[in-house]
Ligand binder design. Structure first.
Ligand SMILES: C[S@@+](CC[C@H](N)C(=O)[O-])C[C@H]1O[C@@H](n2cnc3c(N)ncnc32)[C@H](O)[C@@H]1O
Length: 262
């Protein structure tokens, strides 16, 4: 179940999302880090399910490598952008789309079993509890199938420093608020890594967690990144070396969890 009480703010963001995030310096680097893991997990010919596909950047990327994706998102406008992007890229035969709230995955009628599933850049932070996601994925993903989930993290030193030097204590610690934070009328929750792991036990084996945005700053630092491109590249380079080492996965803007269906 989602906590949204108003129409999803993502409906109105679909047209500008690629401009403001996907093609940004920070967004590009973060997505490249996730693609390395998606590409390692899903081989050509695999059939995978995506939750919260947004504008379909990952689905189209995977389809270009021969992976078939059912790309889902509750925001119809996002689904429409995904469909158009897949058609423009000539991979519409490998990217099917569907409007779907991941909080209802336990009852969704999707033809399985799937070879794997993934969700990128915080879609699952918009779901109030992960139990229906875990139940749905355990029903839909075949044994041995990989599940990669990239969620917004809870403890983000970059964010604390960024907002504290600007005197905005509330923004600095908003992810720690009990029950999550409100964003454009939507409630966003920030579970710690240990709680995320627990949510997918015992049906999934935990393979590892990686930091995406521990040294690379969150996307609101884009202007700063534009002024310091070489420093951004260096931070990204170091982050890729240490991404799987504790405590970095627990101290990042996003954490990428890798799971295997038992
Ligand atoms: C920050 S965007 C990320 C989009 C995309 N995965 C990407 O990598 O760019 C978050 C996405 O989550 C979707 N979303 C919001 N609530 C959701 C829910 N309950 N279930 C699944 N997706 C949801 C939004 O519509 C939006 O497309």
């Amino acid at each position: 179940m989602t906590l949204a009480t108003v129409p999803s703010p993502f409906e109105g963001l679909a047209e500008s999302y690629d401009e403001t995030f996907t093609r940004s310096l920070i967004g590009t680097r973060m997505r490249r880090a996730v693609w390395r893991r998606l590409d390692a997990a899903f081989a050509s010919g695999a059939r995978v399910l995506e939750l919260g596909c947004g504008t379909g950047e990952d689905a189209v990327h995977l389809a270009g490598r021969g992976v078939s994706v059912l790309a889902t998102d509750p925001a119809e406008a996002m689904v429409a952008v995904t469909r158009a992007k897949a058609a423009r890229a000539g991979v519409e035969d490998r990217v099917r789309t569907r409007a779907l709230d991941a909080g209802r995955l336990d009852e969704a009628d999707l033809e399985g079993p799937w070879d794997g599933a993934f969700s990128n850049f915080g879609a699952l932070n918009c779901v109030s509890g992960l139990a229906p996601v875990s139940a749905g994925l355990s029903r839909l993903v075949r044994p041995g199938g990989r599940v990669l989930l990239c969620l917004l993290g809870r403890y983000v030193p970059w964010e604390w420093a960024w907002f504290l030097v600007r005197g905005d204590r509330k923004a600095a610690f908003r992810r720690l608020s009990p029950g999550g934070a409100e964003w454009r009328g939507m409630r966003v929750v920030y579970p710690p890594v240990r709680e995320l792991r627990r949510s997918f036990e015992p049906a999934f084996r935990f393979l590892g967690a990686r930091a995406v945005g521990a040294l690379v700053p969150p996307s609101y630092a884009e202007e700063w990144a534009g002024r310091h491109p070489r420093l951004l590249a260096a931070l990204d380079g170091v982050e890729r070396l240490v991404e799987a080492l504790p405590p970095f996965p627990s101290l990042a803007d996003h954490v990428l969890l890798e799971l295997e269906r038992r």
